[in-house]
Ligand binder design. Structure first.
Ligand SMILES: C=CC1=C(C)c2cc3[nH]c(cc4nc(cc5[nH]c(cc1n2)c(C)c5CCC(=O)O)C(CCC(=O)O)=C4C)c(C)c3C=C
Ligand code: FES
Ligand code: FE2
Length: 354
């Protein structure tokens, strides 16, 4: 289960940020190995405070373990041919990092593995970075020899995922009086991307939009909605409109009932708990807006069932060389890609299942 991870405790914040700013697939910096520790150190106090404010750390490891254990148990029933199944976590910036997980899988003697991204929608800065890291460790044998790999690289319109999000929206809508419910604006919010990433042809904006469209179809288009973008960092241009500005704009236009919907991350993190709940919602309330947030998927049984369905269908179709070990879409690099690792990664995974 691939994801970025987060500091489980406040003192882990510095290492998390250092790993994040050292990732050239996420943030390409000149003199990266020199600049990354400097930027990380400078940013640490502010981000530590945010993790303190949300209860002393990121819950992503806790939720990923729960999701993985329950998914694996369901999979044993849904796809007994490949049982027993075991979920491992490989985070990009926090423990357990890929090399730690590789050692564990090697010690367990794993021979068949699925790289299952926990980002529903594909971006080269998120899933792409995790796959590049997995490729680097895989090709040097860190996971052991002769492991058959395949990849679940995106699933942003899977019906079980869409159903789980829709149910959480319905629960949030119930907090408004029945007579006002159909006026409530659904404000879908996803982590933004720098325009330099969008403009090289990254698929994330399209895929997040497809998720929103699928959720709205499931809800029968009963509410007006927008997709907006949050958490931009640094001075460069990022995809907009920004979530905070959108909330203020809606207030100005007299649209004072809003459900905020996190759509690109499956468990709580500082962006839901801090930015959405503490910053934006508080500010919006000051502008007279009633805001409720749809819960993150966290332990949603509908969502965990969706993960198991995805994995079962994948194991059925992508084992033993019947069809390729990855989706067709993973094979296409962004038209503007200049990162040689992306090409090598795709070629390696295309062979890894054969
Ligand atoms: C799908 C989700 C995410 C995308 C896409 C994404 C792209 C992206 N992020 C940065 C820079 C930073 N992100 C940071 C934290 C962070 N990012 C995501 C998710 C996505 N990022 C999450 C969930 C988190 C925080 C973890 C948490 O617990 O909330 C940070 C560090 C925090 C900070 O310093 O503000 C940075 C930096 C870039 C440059 C980027 C696309 C290229
Ligand atoms: S940046 Fe998208 S494939 Fe390299
Ligand atoms: Fe980010």
């Amino acid at each position: 289960m691939l994801n970025m991870g987060g500091p489980s405790t406040v003192p882990e914040t510095h290492d998390f940020l250092k790993n994040l700013f050292s990732d050239g697939d996420l943030i390409p910096l000149p003199f990266q190995s020199i600049l990354a520790p400097i930027i990380a150190r400078r940013r640490t106090p502010q981000i530590e405070k945010q993790y303190e404010d949300i209860g002393g750390g990121s819950p992503i490891l806790k939720y990923t373990k729960i999701q993985g254990e329950r998914m694996a148990a369901l999979l044993d029933e849904l796809h007994p041919a490949t049982a027993p199944h075991k979920a491992y976590v490989a985070f990009r910036y926090a423990r357990p990092l890929t090399d730690e997980t590789a050692r564990e899988m090697k010690a367990d003697g794993v021979k068949r593995a699925v790289a299952f991204t926990q980002y529903p929608q594909y971006s080269c800065s998120t899933t792409g970075s995790s796959l590049n890291e997995l490729y680097r460790k895989g090709k040097t044998g860190d996971f052991g020899d002769g492991v058959e790999w395949s990849v679940i690289d995106r699933w942003g319109t899977h019906s079980g995922f869409i159903e789980a999000v829709a149910q959480n929206i319905e629960r949030a809508l119930e907090k408004f009086p029945a007579e006002h419910r159909s006026d409530v604006v659904l404000l879908f919010s996803a982590h933004s991307l720098p325009m330099s990433v969008v403009n090289r042809g990254d698929p994330y904006i399209l895929e997040v939009s497809a998720s929103v469209n699928a959720v709205m179809d499931r809800l029968g288009h009963a509410n007006p909605y927008r997709l907006v973008w949050q958490s931009q960092v640094g001075p460069s241009a990022w995809m907009g409109m920004q979530t905070g500005e959108a909330l203020k704009g809606l207030a100005r236009l007299g649209r004072k009932r809003v459900v905020l919907v996190p759509i690109a991350f499956t468990s709580d993190h500082i962006e839901t708990l801090y930015e959405l709940d503490l910053e934006y919602a508080k500010e919006a309330r000051e502008h007279g807006v009633e805001v409720h947030r749809a819960e993150s998927l966290n332990e949603s049984p509908v969502f965990i069932r969706a993960l198991a369905d995805l994995a079962a269908a994948h194991l059925k179709n992508h084992s033993g060389g019947k069809i390729g070990p990855t989706s067709v879409q993973l094979g296409l690099r962004c038209p503007g890609c200049t990162n040689a690792t992306c090409g090598a990664q795709k070629a390696w995974f295309a062979r890894a299942g054969r």
